[in-house]
Design a protein around this ligand. Structure first.
Ligand code: LRH
Ligand code: MN
Length: 395
């Protein structure tokens, strides 16, 4: 049995190595196709999104970067970089991954990089190249691509030809990457397309990333899997093939529900974190941890702080698995002993260890309570409440 001191030390190492990127769109008014419930404190400007992200980082200490979606956050493209730099200085968080928007323009009805029209494919490629240029200007490492492309009815599109067009688009994007930049390819089995999706699973994303070039990797959005899929096994394969670039963490009960991490199946995230930690700390800088959620009902600030705290807790629990002992039980096929040891770490109450780690770093022991005490949510609701946020489909 490990001493408390050893547990303490493991906790510190694990928590010191954990950071997670938060999404600008997590602070904006979002909804479903059935409606959107507006929040007075929702962020609608880039400044408001950076202000909220700065608050989350101040409360948790582990969210130094903010993911940006090009058309939502930098409508003027590279020209908006100067404003972003000002926000970074003012609110103490940096621009993180750059996410192209290839899903809202009318001409992308039948696809963007995979559209049968070469004119539309060229438009999509120039948006990808703009995104690379923005990332370069902002010093962002990752261009994180999600393509909604697909079709709704059998026989209506050539899935083979669309593969070639997509390969070409990603190869031409990869050619423009700076040496320190990466292209992350996100897969999703369905929605908004409901017959075929061009980048539908990890195999397709892996192939495309390998074809694009050495600086391309796969992005795993936990909500982009069929309910019966074993996500941690996919993660094990992507680690084994050195194709894992990062994650979009969220939770779901049915489909891409974008619910808060650990709200439905916290054990799922624990199992994923375990596979990552098996690869040792050396790999961590190569794996981008990001949140991708839409807070349609929960208060947006509360949901984001709760999510970060939950992620820290699950990361710490996974770090407390005695991996040597587990390997011995696995090799002896001592199933119950292995499961009891593995699941036992998940059942540990690590909140005291986490609270201590935070206080030692001048952070509030309970960031959610500190958020409530700060009055920040009330203040932004008063400041922003009057301004009705734009009502469009997603964010
Ligand atoms: C698509 C997705 C993608 C983002 C969007 C906000 O479902 O996961 O990562 O662009 O959500
Ligand atoms: Mn995502």
């Amino acid at each position: 049995m490990r001493s408390d001191a050893a547990l303490q030390e493991m906790a510190v190492q694990a928590l010191d190595s954990f950071q997670v990127e938060i999404p600008s769109w997590g602070f904006a008014n979002t909804g479903t196709r059935f409606g959107k419930f507006l929040q007075a404190g929702a962020a609608s400007t880039l400044e408001e999104k950076f202000s909220d992200a700065g608050q989350v980082h101040m409360l948790t200490g582990v969210t130094p970067t903010l993911a940006l979606h090009v058309l939502w956050d930098l409508p003027n493209g590279v020209a908006d970089s100067a404003v972003v730099h000002q926000m970074e200085d003012r609110y103490g968080v940096s621009a993180g991954s750059i996410n192209p928007n290839l899903f809202q323009d009318q001409e992308y009805k039948f696809g963007s990089l995979c559209n049968p029209s070469i004119e539309i494919r060229e438009r999509a490629i120039s948006h990808m190249l703009d995104s690379v240029a923005i990332a370069r200007e902002l010093g962002s490492r990752d261009i994180s691509l999600w393509l909604p492309d697909g079709s709704n009815y059998p026989g209506t599109q050539s899935m083979r030809r669309r593969i070639e067009w997509r390969e070409e688009g990603l190869v031409r994007t990869h050619e423009r990457l700076a040496p320190n930049q990466r292209l992350l390819v996100e897969y999703k089995p369905f929605e908004p397309a409901f017959y075929h999706t061009d980048i539908g699973d990890w195999g397709m994303a892996s192939h495309l990333a390998m074809k694009a070039g050495p600086q391309a990797r796969v992005l795993v959005d936990t909500g982009h899997h069929y309910a019966t899929q074993n996500i941690e096994q996919i993660v094990a394969w992507l680690l084994h093939t050195n194709m894992l670039g990062g994650f979009h963490f969220n939770d779901r009960r049915y489909a891409d529900d974008d619910l808060t991490l650990g709200s439905i199946d916290p054990y799922q995230i624990f199992r994923i974190f375990h596979e990552i930690q098996l690869s040792g700390p050396g790999l961590l800088p190569e794996i981008a941890f990001m949140i991708d959620q839409s807070h349609n009902l929960k208060g947006k600030m509360e949901a984001m702080v709760q999510t970060v705290a939950t992620a820290q807790m699950l990361w710490l629990k996974a770090a407390l698995v005695d991996r040597e002992m587990l390997q011995q039980f696995q090799e002896k096929c001592d199933l119950v002993a292995a499961e009891e040891l593995f699941r036992g770490a998940f059942w540990l109450d690590v909140r005291p260890l986490l609270g201590e780690w935070r206080q030692k770093r001048g952070l509030p022991g309970d960031p959610l309570a500190a958020l409530a005490e700060s009055g920040y949510v009330q203040r932004i609701s008063n400041e922003r409440g009057g301004k009705r946020a734009p009502v469009n489909s997603y964010a």
